[in-house]
Design a protein around this ligand. Structure first.
Ligand code: PEP
Length: 241
């Protein structure tokens, strides 16, 4: 089943979350059960989102987690805390976490292992920087990120999702060509087998259908265009055409 996921990043207060979800739930009424829809708000909005999404088909995700269960980790949030708030997915290794907050492949590996142990489905983000792409290193970078993030794990291809997000395409208004995304997605499936691979990077309601028409694009991870309920609903509906 296709997965259409919203990554709100550091946007929306609890009140703004309420306003968004009240509108979005209405827009989802005519959407069938053949697509999974996921909202990943900031931690501070999880509570209100859980309340509003309970009983709906929209799932709730978090944008980050800590790998330890509890303890002296000021400012961090554990998977048990997230689970109690109805979270079933966590985005792990987003390029903003890697490149702004210095997350290493080793840390990402620990988070993936912790998610799997807790029965929370990780969405592992991988993708090359522009200089890698220009040097012809896209597949090398993606392969290395995947191998390191999944190191020590047996076949987990059915328990995780991968998001291919070229760093240069994120928030830039300059998406990859759908054919280029397809090329990398099929490479990821050659490496990992039957895994769901989402594309992310400047997806909007106009280009979503083009990505989803590619045979190995199994869903989308959407940043900016998910912040407006109408635009995100249009992207969800593009998966149904
Ligand atoms: C993202 O942050 O995961 C993302 C894809 O952002 P945007 O859609 O804004 O490029």
């Amino acid at each position: 089943m296709k997965l259409i996921a919203a990554n709100w990043k550091m946007n929306k207060t609890p009140q703004e979350t309420r306003d968004y979800l009240e509108k979005f739930l209405g827009l989802m009424e005519e959407v069938g059960d053949d697509v999974e829809v996921l909202i990943c708000p900031p931690f501070t909005s999880l509570c209100i989102a859980k309340e509003l999404l309970d009983g709906s088909k929209i799932k709730l995700g978090a944008q980050n987690c800590h790998y330890e269960q509890k303890g002296a980790f000021t400012g961090e949030v554990s998977l048990d805390m997230l689970k109690e708030l109805g979270v079933s997915y966590v985005i792990v290794g987003h390029s903003e976490r890697r490149w702004i907050f210095g997350e290493t492949d080793e840390l990402i590996n620990k988070k993936i292992i912790a998610c799997l142990e807790k029965g929370i489905r990780p969405i592992l983000c991988v993708g090359e920087k522009i200089e890698d792409r220009e040097a012809g290193l896209t597949l090398k970078v993606v392969e290395s990120q995947l191998k390191l993030a999944l190191s020590g794990l047996e076949d987990v291809s059915e328990k995780i999702d991968i998001a291919y997000e070229p760093v240069w395409a994120i928030g830039s208004g300059n998406p990859a060509m759908p054919e280029d995304a397809q090329f990398v997605h099929s490479f990821i499936k050659e490496l990992l087998g039957k895994v769901r691979v989402l594309y992310g990077g400047s997806v909007n309601s106009k280009n979503a259908g083009d990505f989803l028409s590619m045979p190995d694009v199994d869903g989308l991870l959407v940043g900016s265009a998910s912040l407006d309920p109408v635009s995100f609903a249009q992207i969800v509906k593009a998966s149904q055409r």
